[in-house]
Design a protein around this ligand. Structure first.
Ligand code: AMP
Length: 424
C-alpha cells in the first residue's frame, strides 16, 4: 500500500504554522470591526452561473481555472474562485440594500483556482476581503484603501510594501480607452505574446498588465487609461487621491495597473511586495460599479479588495513566530497518586482559563521536564511522592529559574495570581 498524498497546489497548514495564521486572522477581524465591517460567510460553492456572470466569460478564471462539476447530473456547481460574485449574489438574494444604503461586509476563507502550481500560486488558497456596496463616494474608496494599507503595514507588520493606484474609467469613457489601446495594439499584434493576441479581441486593457517582456516594451508606448478619463472619472480620481494624501497613505500612481476582471471601473489598486519574485501581488481591489447590474440587480456601485493570505504569510519576517512567549503550566508528577492529583488540579486550572499540560505517556520526571521546555510553558508544577505526603507542590518559574513550595490547596490561586501579575 502506498501513502496517499495531498493534491498538488493544495497545501496543508501544519501546527507549527497555524499559530501565525491565527494571529493574522485575529488582528484582521479586530481591525475590520473597528472600520465597521461585519463578516459574511457564503458557501464555498455556488451555481456556476454566479461566476460566469460575475467574473465574465473570456477571463482566465472562467475560461480555464474553475473547479466545476455537475451535481447529481442536474446542476452545474463551481468551487468559488473568488468571493465578490458570491457576496453580490447574497446581497441581492437577501435584499441587503434594504438594511443599509452602504453595506460593508468582509469574508475570510479558502478559494479554488486550477492554476499551474508554483511558489506563491496555489489551487486552494485563502483570502481576506471586503466589499462596500452602495456608494459612489470617493470617501468610500479612500476608507477601503486606508483599511487595506493599515492591515498590511500596522496589523500584519509587513515591511517594504508598495501601494499602486490607478483609474480605469467607467461606462462613459471606457469604450474610448479600449478603442485607443486596441488601435495601438492591433498595429503591433505580431509583437504580442500569444495570450495577449487572444486578449486583443476580448479585453485589450489587460494587455497593459502582461508581464511578458515583449508586451511590456509595447505597453511603454501605449495610450494610458488615465489620459482618456471623462471629466466625472478624473474628478473622482482626484478626490480619492486628495483623501489618501490627507490620511497620509503613501501610494504611487501606476498608469498600467488594470484589474483582471471585466466588471471593474474607476479606482483600481494593488499592494505589492517587490521582494517576493514573480507572484508579488499581495492584495488587489477596485471599484465595480457595473457588477451588481450584471448580476441582475438595480444599478448599484461597489468597491472591495482581496488579500492573498499565503503571500502575506510568506512576507512576514521569521522572527515574528519565534517571539511566542512562555505560556501556561506543565504538571510534572512522580507516581500514580501524584498523577491523579495533577489531573484534578489541571481540570480546575483549565476551567479557569489557564493553558495546562500533563504527561500522558508515562515519561520519567526528566522526560517530563524536557517536554515542559518543548511545550514552552511559563511554569512547571512538580508533584513528587514526598511533597504530596506533606501536602505541598513545587512551583518552578521557567523564565526566572526560581522555585517555591506551595501548599496543594493554594496552587490554583497562586498560579492565577502569578498569571494576573504577568498579564495585568
Ligand atoms: P484576485 O482575486 O485575483 O484579485 O487576487 C487577490 C489576491 O489573492 C492576489 O493579490 C493574491 O495575493 C491572491 N491570489 C490570487 N490567486 C492566487 C493563487 N492561485 N494562489 C495564491 N494566492 C492567490
Amino acid at each position: 500500500m502506498h501513502n496517499i498524498k495531498g493534491v498538488r497546489g493544495a497545501p496543508d497548514i501544519l501546527p507549527q504554522k497555524s499559530s501565525r495564521w491565527q494571529r493574522i486572522e485575529e488582528v484582521a477581524r479586530a481591525a475590520l470591526r473597528r472600520y465597521g465591517y461585519a463578516e459574511i460567510r457564503t458557501p464555498v460553492f455556488e451555481r456556476t452561473e454566479v461566476f460566469i456572470r460575475g467574473i465574465g466569460e473570456g477571463t482566465d478564471i472562467v475560461e480555464k481555472e474553475m473547479y466545476t462539476f455537475t451535481d447529481q447530473g442536474q446542476e452545474s456547481l463551481t468551487l468559488r474562485p473568488e468571493a465578490t460574485a458570491p457576496v453580490v449574489r447574497a446581497y441581492l438574494e437577501h435584499q441587503m440594500a434594504a438594511q443599509s444604503a452602504l453595506v460593508k461586509v468582509y469574508y475570510l476563507g479558502p478559494m479554488f483556482r486550477r492554476e499551474r502550481p508554483q511558489s506563491g500560486r496555489y489551487r486552494q488558497f485563502h483570502q481576506i476581503g471586503v466589499e462596500a456596496i452602495g456608494s459612489h463616494q470617493p470617501a468610500v474608496d479612500a476608507e477601503v484603501i486606508d483599511l487595506l494599507w493599515k492591515l498590511m503595514v500596522e496589523e500584519f507588520r509587513i515591511p517594504g510594501l508598495e501601494l499602486r493606484l490607478n483609474s480605469i474609467g467607467d461606462v462613459a469613457c471606457r469604450p474610448e480607452i479600449r478603442e485607443r489601446i486596441l488601435r495601438y495594439m492591433r498595429d503591433r499584434a505580431s509583437e504580442l505574446c500569444t495570450d495577449c493576441q487572444g486578449r486583443l479581441g476580448r479585453n485589450p486593457l489587460r494587455i497593459l498588465d502582461c508581464k511578458q517582456e515583449g508586451c511590456q516594451r509595447l505597453v511603454a508606448g501605449a495610450p494610458k487609461p488615465l489620459e482618456s478619463l471623462c471629466e466625472a472619472c478624473a474628478d473622482h480620481f482626484a478626490q480619492v487621491r486628495s483623501l489618501l494624501d490627507l490620511l497620509k497613505i503613501p501610494y504611487t500612481v501606476d498608469d498600467r495597473l488594470v484589474r483582471g476582471l471585466d466588471y471593474y471601473t474607476r479606482t483600481a489598486f494593488e499592494v505589492v511586495n517587490p521582494r517576493l519574485g514573480a507572484q508579488n501581488a499581495l492584495a488587489g481591489g477596485g471599484r465595480y460599479d457595473g457588477l451588481i447590474e450584471v448580476m441582475g440587480g438595480p444599478p448599484t456601485p461597489g468597491i472591495g479588495f482581496a488579500i492573498g493570505l499565503e503571500r502575506v504569510m510568506a512576507s512576514i519576517p521569521a522572527e515574528a513566530d519565534a517571539q511566542t512567549s512562555l505560556d501556561g503550566v506543565y504538571v510534572a508528577t512522580i507516581g500514580q497518586e501524584a498523577h491523579r492529583t495533577g489531573m484534578l488540579l489541571l481540570q480546575e486550572l483549565r476551567r479557569r482559563g489557564v493553558r495546562g499540560l500533563i504527561d500522558l505517556e508515562g515519561r520519567s520526571l526528566k522526560g517530563q521536564m524536557r517536554q515542559a521546555n518543548k511545550d514552552r510553558v511559563r511554569y512547571c508544577l512538580i508533584l513528587g511522592e514526598d511533597e504530596l505526603a506533606k501536602g505541598h507542590a513545587t512551583l518552578r518559574d521557567m523564565a526566572k529559574a526560581e522555585e517555591q513550595s506551595v501548599p496543594l490547596d493554594h496552587v490554583v490561586a497562586r498560579l492565577l495570581e502569578l498569571e494576573g501579575e504577568r498579564t495585568g
